[in-house]
Design a protein. Sequence first.
Length: 209
Amino acid sequence: MRLLLINPNSSTATTQMMVELAEQVGPAAIIGRTASRAPPMITTVAALEASEPEVIEIGLRDGADHDGVIVAAFGDPGVHALQQAGIRAIGLCAASMLEAARYGRFAVATVTPDLVSKINATAQLLGLSDLYAGLWLTPGDPLDLVGDPARLESALAEAVAACIREGAAQAVIIGGGPLSAAAQVLSRQFDVPVIAPVAAAVRLLTSPS
């Protein structure tokens, strides 16, 4: 099985990190593609929407040669258009919410306040509002935080703890492709499942069902 991972952010380092983590999950070969017309890290709805045309372009060009396409941004830009074109595609937000819902009540811990409305809307679109406990944010500038891995992990750990304590979450999603390495570390620190969206997308696309 071959999966295409499209990074809507224009960071090749982030693409490589996500590809490496995806390859640890299952038996699929992961081929990464990086957008060139977006910022290194998408933090606003406007930037997310602006990334859609290139995601669709890459997916239509390369997706037919793969068994599935992962759109590796937490706002799932371009996924619907690719699905409408007959390509088996999933975004990080939808994949992780579908997995988290299997555990019961779930929440999201993330760094991007400007994407809250988009993330909340995805839970509603998937019909998961009754299980969605909400979203908890880290303080400070998202780009500064992501540039300091130790600080990022610490801030996300506090957000995950708040999801569990205040939201009674039975599973917590780390909301963002560039946060994948931190998600992997945090998954070993809590008694409830801490879900890395890239891993969730791989599991969904490689599942027999």
